[in-house]
Design a protein around this ligand. Sequence first.
Ligand SMILES: [Zn+2]
Length: 127
Amino acid sequence: MYPQDTKPATPPAEPRCEECGCAEMVYCWHEFANGTRHVRRSCASCGKWNGFAPRQPPFTEAADQQRFDTAALDALILAEQEGIELVSDSRGIFLRPWNKASERLKRAVRQQQHLLASLLGNTARRN
Ligand SMILES: [Zn+2]
């Protein structure tokens, strides 16, 4: 389904959490402002971001399991419900205020940030 990078068949061992040492990680898709997609690695225990995993199974499969079917729409609805402003520069999205946004909203935005920003246009300029 997704273009596969040329990588060894056996994925490299995953690191332990930089914050708490937990060995269990959660994988989610993260779309950068340039439209490229990456597998974001977060600690299952404390939630700290632990960089990006190789874009290959089993990490891509784990990210697919966390995937929103309608991430851009979900982000709009969740932002409205939570009173969070989606600020777009037409390439990427910033949440205002960031610290009040739920993890679910942050995850929905990360999954389709570039598409969402493209749809919203440059909202930062209007403020
Ligand atoms: Zn942790």
